[in-house]
Design a binder for this molecule. Structure first.
Ligand SMILES: [Zn+2]
Length: 65
């Protein structure tokens, strides 16, 4: 169960310095991999690792390269 707790911490971790452009809320990293993120990673042969972020307030999703 330790691994599960670690996942929660990673999901809840707030990325400092990155703000939602829509509402100014905090962006939290999400572990869910979108199709777009997977495609970019595949096209770049693994050299680019896109990260997904989600706004804690308006739930807007961001993809950081
Ligand atoms: Zn927002």
């Amino acid at each position: 169960m330790g691994l599960l707790d670690l996942d929660k911490i990673i999901i809840k971790r707030t990325i400092l310095g990155i703000r939602c452009s829509a509402c100014g809320g905090n962006l939290a990293a999400t572990t869910t991999k979108s199709m777009r993120a997977r495609l970019i990673r595949w096209l770049s042969l693994g050299s680019v690792k896109p990260k997904n972020y989600e706004c804690e307030q308006c739930r807007k999703r961001y993809l950081l390269l």
